[in-house]
Design a protein around this ligand. Structure first.
Ligand code: ATP
Ligand code: MG
Length: 270
């Protein structure tokens, strides 16, 4: 009996999720096999740019153990409310931009999320289906590194999601990113393209651009995997610092920076 009710409950949740997904336009999962390569930075800035251009944008953080979207959007104190139908209400981060992250559900900022597989799966399904998202033109999802429960839950439950794969040119990143691409192939998910982040350094003193890591490695990986190469993004410490000072994503805080200009080009392709 318990199993039957459990199965029914799961089916209802999945039905609600499918209904919600029908109201979302283009869906992008920002992923990488590797940690610290800029997934959250990209997801937050691309979502911000699309919202700024007048599109209605949802941004979901499925990095449940290391949620950084609240930090990337400078919204550490925001809280998710529950509406009278029991649905979670995403935080409005800016005009046209709604955000859902577990960070906004925690009682304490430093609280650890210690969930295992099934609990994580349920949470992600709830963050999509039992959440009062408005009608959206774009739905971005920020993922943790690797190809674990969170990423697989998204790939399995959102059949039309496209992957934005983030790498750096470093050999250790490339070998982990190759595994993420393998996972996309196994799940039948379209890779929209691969982005080479942190490929050069823009000197905060003189503005000169210097190559970093192995040049061309990310483009070679994209070519070998048969997925589009979407270009390189520089490491721009001055733009990051401007974002920290202004308390807004760098695309807003340093719009003339090389990094922001290239992010705009990337956003225009989505
Ligand atoms: N192009 C860039 N220029 C300057 N700083 C950057 C750039 N890309 C990322 N960063 C910085 O690098 C750090 C890691 O970036 P981010 O948190 O976006 O990576 P991530 O892939 O989401 O990491 P994780 O795997 O831990 O979730 C952050 O401090 C971010 O501000
Ligand atoms: Mg991240």
């Amino acid at each position: 009996m318990t199993t039957t009710l459990g199965t029914l409950d799961q089916r209802l949740r999945q039905k609600e999720m499918s209904a919600a997904l029908c109201r979302f336009g283009k869906k992008y999962l920002v992923l990488s096999g590797k940690g610290g390569v800029g997934k959250t930075t990209l997801a937050a800035n691309l979502a911000w740019l699309k919202a700024k251009a007048g599109h209605r944008v949802g941004l979901l953080d499925v990095d449940l153990h290391g949620p950084d979207i609240a930090g990337a959007l400078y919204l550490p104190e925001a809280k998710v409310e529950v509406d009278d139908q029991g649905h979670l209400v995403p935080v409005k981060a800016a005009e046209n931009l709604w955000v859902m992250t577990v960070q906004h559900l925690l009682e304490r900022k430093q609280e650890a999320v210690m969930w295992r597989g099934p609990r994580k799966m349920r949470a992600i399904i709830q963050f999509i289906g039992e959440t009062a998202w408005p009608q959206l033109d774009y739905f971005f999802i920020d993922s943790p590194p690797g190809t674990g429960d969170e990423t697989l839950t998204v790939l399995k439950n959102i059949p039309d999601v496209k992957a934005l794969v983030v790498s750096t040119g470093h050999a250790m990143a490339l070998s982990d990113v190759a595994k993420a691409i393998d996972c996309l192939k196994a799940c039948g998910t379209e890779a929209f393209g691969l982005i080479d982040n942190l490929s050069t350094l823009i000197c905060p003193e003189c503005g000169r651009e210097t190559p970093l890591h192995g040049q061309g490695g990310a483009q070679e990986l994209a070519g070998a995997a048969g997925i589009p190469f979407l270009g390189s993004l520089p490491m721009d410490p001055a733009a990051s610092a401007a974002a920290d000072r202004a308390g807004t994503p760098l695309a807003e805080a340093a719009p003339e920076s090389q990094l922001a200009l290239r992010l705009v080009e990337l956003a225009d392709r989505l």
